[in-house]
Design a protein around this ligand. Structure first.
Ligand code: SAM
Length: 302
């Protein structure tokens, strides 16, 4: 659904809190800048990202050592403010108050695009609700880098992020993903890659897949093959570093009594009424919406 953006609030003249010196020569307007940073190769930092990191009043970051090194490399002396998954609830009101005062803030993560399996979504939602400007500074993300090198279809893809660590929860999510006619993209730790590939092979069957690791770094490597082949390759030559798994989507519509369809419907029913759940699963699986609607009603009353 497309909704009209909320009216932008009139910003009062930017003022500086006492403890933050104004950035010299900054021509940035107030608001929250979402700045993508390299996933390994510093040359991927865009000139615009550098200008923003040099010009904002403060930079929200996950780990001040990691971002400190980035700032040193790009000649920014802007103060850091930690915003990570463990302090986000506490820090958010202060960050919103700084935006209310007219500060220019940048949000970065340790690497890649903030908010993509990284903190920031609630901050953006609340800042947007308060009428603040949210400015994307796009750039690297392991998600898109892995997708585009995988050789798998890019026209439709589903980003899963990290699967749950526990096997039962992981397999449940894999069953939900099974009927999707879209390339699947998963973040994974190198040490779990083999187990995840084996589980994916068991649930999804013989699908083409890609393990992309250390993208943009010295030991960049892309392995391709069927899920079980990639699992064997990990057993023989365990991957190290940072890993993304890309898996081919379902190619034929599963039968209606397929447990995977039920799992997808059940997941959608937790968020949506039956008619919308059926519409969503129909779009993803190619099944008829009317059939899925009947099935959704049956699942809901069982
Ligand atoms: N927000 C980040 C982005 O947009 O790329 C992703 C953050 S998530 C916490 C970290 C995961 O991204 C890693 O576990 C790995 O799956 C993936 N990743 C990050 N850098 C990578 C790289 N250079 N090569 C492959 N995967 C990478």
């Amino acid at each position: 659904m497309v909704t009209a953006p909320p009216p932008q609030r009139e910003h009062s003249k930017p003022s500086q809190p006492d403890d933050v010196p104004a950035a010299k020569g900054s021509a940035l307007s107030p608001g929250l800048y979402l700045v993508a940073t390299p996933i390994g190769n510093l040359e991927d930092l865009s000139p615009r990202a550098v200008r923003v990191l040099q010009g904002v009043d403060r930079i929200l970051c996950e780990d001040s050592r990691v971002t400190g090194r980035l700032l040193q490399a790009c000649g920014s002396d802007r103060p850091l403010w930690r915003y990570h998954e463990h302090n986000a609830e506490r820090a958010r009101p202060e960050v919103l108050a700084a935006l209310d005062r007219g500060e220019r803030l940048a949000l970065v993560s340790d690497a890649g695009t903030p908010l993509i399996s990284d903190p920031g979504f609630k901050l953006v939602r609340e800042a947007r609700d308060r009428g603040h400007a949210i400015i994307p500074i796009p750039g690297p993300s392991a998600l898109l880098a892995a997708l585009v090198v995988s050789g798998l279809p890019t026209d439709r893809f589903f980003f899963q992020g990290f699967l749950p660590a526990k096997a039962a929860a992981r397999d449940k999510v894999l069953r939900e993903l099974a009927p999707l006619r879209a390339t699947l993209v998963l973040f994974e730790s190198a040490k779990r890659a083999e187990a995840t590939l084996l589980a994916a092979a068991a649930v999804l069957g013989a699908r083409p897949a890609c393990l992309a690791r250390e993208l943009t770094k010295t030991f960049e490597e892309v392995r391709t093959g069927e899920l079980a082949e990639l699992a064997r390759s990990c057993a023989m030559d365990p991957p190290r570093g940072e890993v993304v798994l890309v898996i081919g989507g379902a190619t034929t519509a599963a039968t209606l009594d397929d447990a995977a369809i039920d799992a997808a419907l059940e997941e959608a029913l937790q968020r949506l009424p039956p008619s919308e759940a059926a519409r969503e699963v129909a779009a993803l699986t190619g099944h008829k919406r009317q059939d899925l609607y009947k099935r959704a009603l049956a699942l809901q009353s069982s």
